[in-house]
Design a binder for this molecule. Structure first.
Ligand SMILES: NC(=O)c1ccc[n+]([C@@H]2O[C@H](COP(=O)([O-])OP(=O)(O)OC[C@H]3O[C@@H](n4cnc5c(N)ncnc54)[C@H](O)[C@@H]3O)[C@@H](O)[C@H]2O)c1
Length: 247
C-alpha cells in the first residue's frame, strides 16, 4: 500500500482535475507531494486533502511556462525537501481553433505551458535525481497526440511533442536509474472537457469500447504505478488510458 513512503513528488497543475487525482493517489501511496499550480486557491485545497492523508505537502504558485518561476519554485522545494524523486508534468491548457483561424498567440501559449513547461520542470529536477540515481518522470500527454484532432493543432503538437521529450530524456537518463514515461488519457471527465459541446462528447463516447468516459482516478492509478519500484523496467513509453479508444 505504501510503496512510495519517503518519496518526494512534484505534480504540476495539481489544483484540480487529473492533477489533483494524481496528487491524492501518490499521497495515498505514502509520498509527500508538492504542487506547482497557477491557481493558489485550488492548490491550497489539494494540499489540505494531501495532509489529511498523513503526508506532507507544499503548495507553490508557479506558472510552469516561465522558467524563472519554475526555478524559484524548485528552490523553495529544495529548502524543505532536498529535491524530488518523482515529477509529474500534468499542467496543460487548450486554446482550440481551426488552424486557419489559430493565432500565433494561441500556438505559443499552449506550447508554452504544455511542452516548454515540461522541459523547464524536467531540467529543474534532473540534477537531484541523477545524484540519487533514482527518479520517476511521468508526462501527461493525450491520445490526440497520437491520433490527431481537428481544431487542436497547437494542443496536439504539444502532446505529440511531450511523447518525443519522454523518449529523448528516457534514453539520456536511463543509466542513472531514472525512468521517463508518458500517459495518454482519452476522454476524461474534468473542467477541461466539461465545456465541450454535447455533439463532441457524444462523438468521443461513441468511440470508446468500454462505453464510458474516464475518471481522473483512472489516469492517476496508472501514473502511480509508473512511479513505483515495480515499474522500474518500463521507460520511454506512452501508455494510453482511454477505455480502448485508440488501439
Ligand atoms: N481531461 C481530459 O480528457 C484529458 C485528456 C487527455 C489529456 N489531458 C491532459 O491532462 C492534464 C490535466 O487535464 P485536466 O483535464 O485535469 O485539466 P484542468 O483544466 O481541469 O486542470 C489543469 C490544471 O493545470 C493548471 N495550470 C494551467 N496552466 C498552468 C500553468 N501555466 N502553470 C501551472 N499550472 C497550470 C490549472 O490551474 C488547473 O488546475 C492536461 O495536461 C491535459 O492536457 C486531459
Amino acid at each position: 500500500m505504501m510503496e512510495l513512503k519517503g518519496r518526494k513528488a512534484l505534480v504540476t497543475g495539481g489544483g484540480r482535475g487529473i492533477g489533483r487525482a494524481i496528487c491524492l493517489r501518490l499521497a495515498k501511496g505514502g509520498a509527500d507531494v508538492a504542487l506547482f499550480e497557477l491557481d493558489a486557491g485550488s492548490a491550497e485545497e489539494t494540499t489540505k486533502k494531501i495532509e489529511e492523508m498523513g503526508v506532507k505537502s507544499l503548495s507553490l504558485k508557479v506558472d510552469v511556462s516561465l522558467q524563472e518561476e519554475v526555478k524559484r519554485g524548485m528552490e523553495e522545494i529544495n529548502q524543505s525537501w532536498e529535491g524530488v524523486d518523482i515529477l509529474v508534468n500534468n499542467a496543460g491548457i487548450t486554446r482550440d481553433n481551426l488552424i486557419m483561424r489559430m493565432t500565433s498567440q494561441d500556438w505559443e501559449t499552449v506550447l508554452g505551458v504544455n511542452l516548454r513547461g515540461a522541459f523547464y520542470c524536467t531540467k529543474a529536477v534532473l540534477r537531484g535525481m541523477m545524484k540519487k540515481r533514482w527518479g520517476r518522470i511521468v508526462n501527461v500527454s493525450s491520445v490526440v497526440g497520437k491520433m490527431g484532432n481537428p481544431g487542436q493543432a497547437n494542443y496536439v503538437s504539444s502532446k505529440a511533442g511531450l511523447i518525443g521529450l519522454t523518449k529523448a530524456v528516457a534514453k539520456e537518463v536511463a543509466s542513472r536509474g531514472i525512468t521517463v514515461n508518458a500517459v495518454a488519457p482519452g476522454f476524461i471527465e474534468t473542467e477541461m472537457t466539461k465545456s465541450l459541446p454535447q455533439k463532441a462528447r457524444d462523438s468521443f463516447l461513441s468511440q470508446i469500447p468500454l462505453q464510458r468516459s474516464g475518471l481522473p482516478e483512472d489516469v492517476a492509478n496508472l501514473v502511480f504505478f509508473l512511479c513505483t519500484e515495480e515499474a522500474g523496467y518500463i521507460t520511454g513509453q506512452a501508455i494510453n488510458v482511454d477505455g480502448g479508444m485508440l488501439m
